[in-house]
Design a protein around this ligand. Structure first.
Ligand code: SIN
Length: 536
């Protein structure tokens, strides 16, 4: 079996992965694994931007207060302070790396055009129109391509982490690499490295409706869990309130920045309804807005609600939201003249692999950064546009920390066994994968969505356990394929979400249950630790 050695193995090619790789390449050889094309990441689809305080009428204290307020008591205040105050330097670094943020064309004095989003008390979102993520990816990928120390391995799907305890080596447990499937050739390989950074993003695909691209199957959380790393706060799934509702539109987001520019949520008759739910109306934090839309749809029996941006001129909308404007028009919706049909959809995991602000986890040599990590920044509900900021600050802290560690060579002597194919045969039952894939995602949408109950969670738990068992048998009996691996991962993540939701006997932030509508005084993270040994 092919063995690739490197100093740092980075999994994921979104902002967290690319920034980690760029920084670590100053210390040694980096390989990046990305499971499809390198532009296939959640970052690439980010429309909003990066929240960061620069204006004199804004302050770190206000951004910290907004983040804590959205997080519903569960944020780690020290992490919030460090991330918020680390923002300006990281924005400057991005600019040095070639990123251009939109300038304020009205004042024309060199200041930035800052956006506003739900839960923010000030305009503070750095953006590049509504294609911020795509521009960011392009700038960072150009840096990666120019670096002689970075190798980009596309179509490399990481199957599982390799730890010394799994290898039976009698020493303190640490991560020494990972098995990867080259999906172009369907061959297994090993990447051996003393430092493995998971920056593989979230897993919106666990739900039937999501704003996330197809690659978002929670692979990082699932493999960290299998390796015995604690997973925290998985019940807090953020549903974005406004995904475009159209039979042909898959996963298309109408950025919260549209509401930031004054667009209002209305019913089919054009009547605003958000004032009933929150004093901040259409710009309340996402958990409140998503729940309100869900409630209106259920009460009225409607299949969607609407966003009214008609107070803005066509020229403004075309300039500020060129991508959204053109996409809506492609579906026959002229946002300058028509209401935009919207529904909530799974958008962001606030929980994930329990990690420090510097990416450190309980497993030596293994770090988590970006959406895959749970650092304590988001608490029970992420404030809009805080995620790219978190990825920037945490990757920076991680690079600093890893740079202080002694250069490790010992991993190169670790003998890693070939992948065991056993009696596995080529699958002729693709239908099983497809069927289980849709059953699982539908079950999560129906029973573990925006509003939960004990009964729905128990029902989901039973079904997911059965599906997991069937998937495991299928995994052992047949040769692995990327689809099979993704199914195995979404099943593991679905189970973690349900288990976490069942443990939380209160409503807080994004976790809302009709059985326990109150928020308890006692504030606790939900942490799930694997008690069995490493599962393959
Ligand atoms: C949006 O543009 O509404 C999404 C931004 C985010 O999720 O932070």
């Amino acid at each position: 079996m092919r063995i690739l050695d490197c100093d740092y193995f980075v999994v994921g090619s979104g902002i967290a992965g690319l920034m980690s790789a760029i920084g670590l390449s100053r210390h040694g050889k980096v390989s990046i694994a990305t499971k499809k094309e390198c532009t296939d990441s959640n970052t690439n689809y980010a429309q909003g931007g990066i929240a960061c305080v620069v204006r004199d009428d804004d302050s770190f204290a206000d951004h910290i207060a907004d983040t804590l307020d959205a997080g519903a008591g569960l944020c780690d205040e020290s992490v919030v302070k460090a991330v918020v105050s680390g923002g300006p330097e990281r924005i400057a670094e991005l600019e040095q790396l070639g990123m251009e943020f939109a300038a304020d064309k009205i004042s024309n004095d060199g200041s930035y055009d800052l956006g506003k989003e739900g839960g923010h008390s000030h305009r503070r979102v750095f953006h590049a129109g509504d294609v911020t993520g795509a521009k960011l990816e392009a700038a960072l990928l150009a840096q990666v391509a120019a670096s002689p120390n970075i190798t980009m391995c596309d179509h490399f799907m990481v199957v599982d982490l390799i730890t010394t305890s799994w290898l039976g080596i009698d020493s303190d447990n640490r991560c020494v690499g990972a098995y990867v499937l080259d999906s172009r050739t369907n061959e297994m390989a090993v990447v051996r490295a003393p430092h493995v950074v998971l920056a593989s993003g979230g897993g919106g695909k666990v739900y039937l409706y999501t704003s996330n691209p197809d690659i978002a199957t929670g692979d990082g959380v699932a493999m960290a869990w299998r390796a015995g790393v604690p997973i925290a706060n998985m019940e807090f799934i953020q549903f974005h309130p406004t995904c475009l509702h159209h039979p042909d539109a898959k996963s298309f987001l109408i950025s919260e920045a549209v509401r930031g520019e004054g667009a209002v949520l209305v019913d089919a008759a054009g009547h605003p309804f958000m004032d009933k739910y929150d004093r901040r109306s259409s710009l309340a934090p996402r958990d409140i807005v998503a729940r309100a839309i869900d409630n209106e749809m259920k009460e009225r029996g409607d299949i969607c609600m609407y966003l009214d941006a008609r107070h803005k001129s066509e020229s403004f909308l075309k300039e500020r939201f060129s991508n959204i404007y053109d996409t809506c028009l492609g579906f026959g919706i002229d946002m300058a003249n028509d209401l935009i049909p919207v529904v909530p959809a799974a958008h962001y995991f606030c929980g994930g692999i329990q990690a420090g602000i510097d990416g450190r986890t309980t497993l030596d040599g293994f770090y988590a950064c970006g959406e895959v990590a749970c650092t304590g920044l988001h608490g029970a509900n992420r404030l809009a546009s805080n995620s790219l900021l978190e990825a920037l600050v945490c990757s920076h802290e991680m690079i600093k920390m890893i740079g202080t560690l002694p250069k490790a060579e010992a991993h190169k002597k670790v003998a890693i066994p070939d992948w065991e194919f056993g009696d596995a045969v080529r699958s002729d039952e693709k239908i099983v994968v497809e069927h289980n894939w849709s059953e699982l995602r539908t079950c999560m949408w129906d029973y573990v969505g925006i509003v939960r109950t004990d009964k729905r969670l128990e029902r989901a738990h039973r079904r997911i356990s059965n599906l997991k068992q069937e998937i495991r048998e299928y995994y052992l009996d047949y040769l692995v394929t990327p689809d099979m691996l993704e199914l195995r991962n979404i099943a593991a993540v679905a189970e973690l979400i349900v288990q976490s939701a069942m443990q939380r006997k209160e409503s807080r932030g994004l976790h809302y249950t009709l059985d326990y509508p109150e928020t308890l005084d006692k504030i606790e993270d939900t942490v799930i630790r694997r008690t069995m040994s490493f599962e393959r």
